[in-house]
Design a protein around this ligand. Structure first.
Ligand code: ADP
Ligand code: ASP
Ligand code: MG
Length: 410
């Protein structure tokens, strides 16, 4: 007897036919006595469509984050109800639970919530009754009982966190690709599927834009020491296991993958006094507004006047609020101006093997230069290097870098 958590993403439950397919597949794999918890996302593009709907009311609906959460949580509520019904029509007792009913407790940072505790008593009770338990991904509730969503792609985190809290035997993430690849297979035709990837490398890939897993879900997997199996809803092939270390993977390549992120915008605060406390002033104001800042460059504009420019990136979704916050600070600091650039994107390489291997950066920059792509900002971590490029050149950049590190065979 095993306790199994399976998560199905939006494209896997995009239509009622697909929902029936998911229910049948789960039952065909379920052994007698297995306890199954299924976490699901909203159907297809529902979440995007709900956001679009809100823009009919206001240009920047994320100004009203609590109401956005009230709106967005409806998406997953539709799919859990339909999937639970699908099980029942197949003769399998099942029950749907919202995040709140499943005991997913979060902080109160609406639209960017973090799980603070999970009290899955109801889930256990329903499993004990013989039900397949269908839980709404992407949502929990704060101490007041208000709905809170976990950020885009948050159903992955719901699933892994629930698997941890339930001490599940396995956690499978079913999606529209059959595993984690060396680059987004929609962008790089020759991307290679990995048998395994470590939590660290997957976390870095995810943070840098590999949307196949939400970064927080990988952190959860590492925290609970649960291997995560990423695989296809539409085939039975084994996918990719995310775990502590490799057991069978060959280590031929110095980098593991190329990630990219289009949800990026650049802000430049120009002509600010080069005095202590300026960076703190700008970035603490952004932190108070729950806006994450990514690449940061400070450069001297005018040595004599002791004036600098501060350039950094935020997610494009956060741009309207970030601009508002930065405009206020810039005023206070008597900055010359604030510039915003939206046509940018980030391309990154990831791999634990690059540590202490300076030739890797040179090869990445060389690949971009050969493709005639200009680099705007560079940033590095222990296991990654990222370049900001023009958004229109992003796909070309990803392919050029992938070709450099994963040369085509033959
Ligand atoms: P779901 O709705 O199942 O959560 P997502 O769209 O969130 O699915 O994630 C799956 C998508 O992630 C794939 O279709 C693929 O385009 C994208 N992706 C980005 N980077 C990678 C990668 N390195 N490996 C696999 N898929 C990736
Ligand atoms: N439906 C949510 C989203 O589109 C959560 C998820 O799919 O994981 O972001
Ligand atoms: Mg997803």
């Amino acid at each position: 007897m095993a306790l199994i958590v399976k998560k199905f993403g939006g494209s896997s439950v995009a239509t009622t036919e697909k929902i029936m397919h998911v229910a049948k597949r789960i039952l065909s794999e379920k052994k007698p006595g297995d306890q199954v918890v299924v976490v699901v996302s909203a159907m297809g593009d529902t979440t995007d469509n709900l956001i679009e709907l809100a823009t009919g009311i206001t240009k920047d609906p994320y100004e009203y984050t609590r109401e956005m959460d009230m709106l967005l949580t409806t998406g997953e509520q539709v799919s859990i109800a339909l999937l639970a019904m699908a099980f029942k029509t197949l003769g399998q007792p099942a029950i749907s639970l919202t995040g709140k009913l499943a005991g997913m407790e979060t902080n109160d940072v609406h639209t960017k919530g973090r799980i603070v505790d999970i009290k899955p008593d109801r889930v256990h009770a329903e499993l004990a009754k013989g039900n397949v338990v269908v839980v709404a991904g992407f949502q929990g509730c704060d101490a007041q009982g208000d709905p809170v969503t976990l950020g885009r792609g948050g159903s992955d985190t719901s699933a892994v966190a629930l698997a941890g809290a339930l001490k599940a035997d396995t956690c499978e993430i079913f999606t529209d690709v059959d595993g984690v690849y060396s680059a987004d297979p929609r962008v790089v035709k020759g991307a290679r599927k990995m048998k395994e990837i470590t939590y660290n490398e997957m976390l870095e890939m995810a943070r840098l834009g590999a949307g196949v897993m939400q970064p927080r879900s990988v952190e959860m997997g590492e925290y609970f020491k649960i291997p995560i199996h990423v695989r296809s809803t539409f085939t039975t092939e084994p996918g990719t296991i995310i775990r502590e270390d490799y057991t069978m993977e060959d280590k031929d390549f110095v980098i593991r993958g190329v990630a990219h992120d289009k949800d990026v915008a650049k802000i430049a605060v120009l002509g600010i006094p080069n005095t202590p406390g300026i960076a703190h002033e700008i970035f603490s104001a952004l932190a108070d507004a729950h806006i994450d800042v990514d690449m940061i460059v400070q450069s001297i504009r005018n040595v004599e006047k002791n004036v600098t420019d501060m350039v950094f990136t935020v997610s494009a979704t956060d741009l309207p609020r970030a601009k508002e916050v930065v405009d206020k600070v810039a005023d206070k600091l008597s900055a010359v101006g604030v510039l915003v650039e939206e046509d940018v994107a980030k391309v990154s390489i990831v791999g634990a093997g690059m540590l202490g291997n300076p030739g890797i950066a040179a090869r990445m920059f060389g690949a971009l230069s050969k493709a005639g792509i200009n680099i705007d900002i560079i940033s590095t971590s222990e296991i990654s290097i990222s370049c900001l490029v023009k958004r229109t050149q992003l796909n070309e950049a990803v392919n050029a870098i992938h070709d450099e590190f994963f040369p085509k065979k033959g």
